[in-house]
Design a protein around this ligand. Structure first.
Ligand SMILES: [Fe+2]
Length: 223
């Protein structure tokens, strides 16, 4: 059963600060991009704020994944890949202790779903993936690509744009992809975003997927 506590600015930022600095930086970048994309997609301002918070916390579940796996430089064993993929569901489960806001929770739970059904944890396809998660996934992949990772160097913008564009209609919502590429120029000159506004629970009965357990797919993380 979901709790109905507000996810206040303070608790949101407290939750974020338990993350390593590089993950905090990534989360802030993803949040900024996701808000810009939600604006381009025509989301109401209240929804934009919920997407801002959900995107800030999208990887909160990584605190439950062993660091030796998260930071492993070699190829991941299948069980290690499953451990990493569980962060989406673990983050969702953790956040239910703080909020019942469906947009926030769905952003976290579904941010690794892919348009063609090859994502995780549930392999949802197309518009069955909540809009907020489709928005977050584009921002997430972009920032991951243009950032140095322990297993590869950062891609340049041209390479990243080509990969994102190539994923339109397969990995990503095609309409959102074109809107995303349109806002990149604005993002590059975007100042530090303001802190998120407090979130009020949408309803006592906010729901996400009926199936709750992780069902990691045997697919590559890719990012
Ligand atoms: Fe993630």
């Amino acid at each position: 059963m979901l709790m109905t506590m507000d996810l206040s600015i303070t608790s949101c930022m407290d939750l974020l600060q338990v993350q390593p600095p590089d993950l905090v930086r990534h989360s802030k970048n993803v949040s900024t991009l996701a808000v810009l994309l939600s604006m381009a997609a025509g989301c109401p301002s209240a929804t934009q704020e919920r997407i801002r918070v959900g995107s800030l916390l999208h990887d909160i579940g990584k605190q439950f994944v062993p660091g030796r796996i998260l930071n492993k430089q070699g190829k991941l064993a299948p069980v290690e890949l499953l451990n990493i993929q569980e962060h989406a569901w673990l983050g969702y489960a953790h956040l239910t202790n703080f909020t019942s806001d469906a947009t926030v929770l769905q952003t976290v739970l579904y941010h690794h779903e892919r348009w063609n059904g090859t994502g995780y944890p549930y392999g949802l396809q197309g518009e069955s993936i909540p809009l907020e998660a489709r928005i977050c996934s584009l921002a997430d992949v972009w920032d991951a690509l243009v950032t140095d990772r322990c297993y590869r160097s950062a891609w340049n913008d041209t390479q990243a744009i080509e990969l994102i564009w190539a994923g339109a209609g397969s990995l990503f919502d095609p309409l959102l992809t074109s809107q995303f590429l349109g806002i990149l120029e604005e993002y590059r000159s975007e100042p530090e975003p303001p802190l998120p506004l407090p979130i009020k629970p949408v309803s006592e009965n906010a729901t996400v997927a009926s199936a709750m357990g992780p069902s990691a797919q045997s697919m590559e993380d890719g990012i």
